[in-house]
Design a protein around this ligand. Structure first.
Ligand code: ADP
Ligand code: MG
Length: 333
């Protein structure tokens, strides 16, 4: 009964539970790990700057990156594709597209007559693909990151051609949500694939001291597992495809309703409105539900013990427990 009421109250608060038993797993949670992009920040990125390497055009860098990113559903990709749609020539057709979770994207862009093998993403991703980064690109990356933005390096046909600088903003409710979670006795940790400088800046803005940055999706799972091995029950809040495995690994996985289907499918509960404050509500609700269940159990046992039938006054054990003893024995005839 309490679980049913708890589930119903959750729905009113915009919290969808995979099953009522989820309410039980939140009781031990001590650490809450939060993804950055789309969880603490709006996840609605916009292009702030496009810097072309020497001899390249910024429009071309944006167009190539945007054509390719059109195939990805990452917030960074959406921002770049949207901006590139307004560049002269618009988005070019792509083929052989692949997306490396938490690293970048690659594929073949057909611009006019020519086909280019384009790679966009983290600097290491380009290096892995055999694209060296000239000093000017490295300097641009450092500058963008120092400014708290995410820099996407773009290269094609074996050369780094420029950098697209993107950024989003912290959700107005995130700082409140974090202090709420602390109030519930939880330790917040920021876990992101983005670079350390951006991560620290966002963490400071919302009041988180512990930051794990620059991790790949596998690294996110590993980070959760490490926290668990230290004997902590861990909750994780995330929204991206790259968070799905970590959400499944956590003792309690919370997905943003505004996030990807993969994250929602992997999580134990979904914060429908994508407002981080609902995470605190979910934990409070489950604690209250458990308290009700324990209270009900107490009364059920107490009542049963108190009401254990005792022999009626003046009756010896001979007439106890009642009529069955007095029934005539079956005759043997
Ligand atoms: P977060 O953990 O903040 O949600 P991700 O793990 O999704 O971030 O991404 C980590 C980093 O990988 C990004 O900051 C970006 O540098 C790079 N990246 C991921 N996806 C893409 C993409 N589609 N295009 C370019 N860069 C990407
Ligand atoms: Mg994310």
């Amino acid at each position: 009964m309490a679980l049913m009421v708890g589930t119903g109250r959750g729905a009113q608060l915009g919290i969808l539970l995979r099953g009522p038993e989820v309410l039980e797993s939140t009781r031990r949670v001590e650490v809450i790990v939060l993804d950055k992009t789309g969880t603490i920040t709006t996840g609605v990125m916009s292009v702030r700057d496009v810097v072309a390497a020497q001899g390249e055009s910024a429009n071309e860098v944006l167009r190539m990156a945007g054509s390719l990113e059109h195939g990805s559903e990452h917030p960074i990709a959406r921002a770049i594709a949207d901006a590139a749609a307004h560049v002269p020539g618009g988005l070019a057709p792509i083929s052989d597209f692949t997306s490396a979770q938490g690293r970048g994207v690659e594929g073949v862009v057909t611009a006019g007559e020519r086909r280019h093998v384009v790679v966009a993403g983290r600097a290491e991703f380009l290096r892995e693909r055999g694209i060296g980064l000239p000093d000017e690109i490295v300097a641009t990356l450092a500058e963008a990151e120092a400014g708290g933005a995410t820099a996407v390096t773009v290269g094609w046909d074996g050369l780094a051609r420029g950098v697209v600088v993107v950024g989003d903003t912290v959700k107005p409710t995130s700082a409140q949500a974090i202090s709420d979670l602390r109030g519930l006795g939880l330790r917040p940790v920021l876990l992101t694939g983005d670079n350390e400088i951006v991560a620290r800046r966002v963490a400071a803005e919302v009041g988180i001291d512990e930051v794990i940055a620059g991790v790949l999706p596998e690294g996110k799972v590993e980070a959760i597992r490490e926290l668990q091995q230290r004997g902590r029950a861990v909750a994780m809040v995330g929204d991206g495809v790259n968070d799905a495995a970590a959400l499944a690994q956590a003792d309690l996985g919370l997905a943003m309703g505004t996030g990807t289907d993969a994250a929602i499918a992997a999580a134990d509960l979904t914060l429908v409105r994508g407002d981080l404050r609902a995470a605190g509500d979910a934990i409070r609700l489950s604690r209250a539900t458990l308290a009700t269940i324990k209270g009900n159990l107490f009364w059920a046992f107490a009542y049963n013990v108190a009401a254990l039938p005792s022999p009626p006054p003046g009756c010896s054990t001979r007439c106890w427990p009642g009529p069955r003893w007095r029934s005539p024995r079956p005759s043997s005839s």
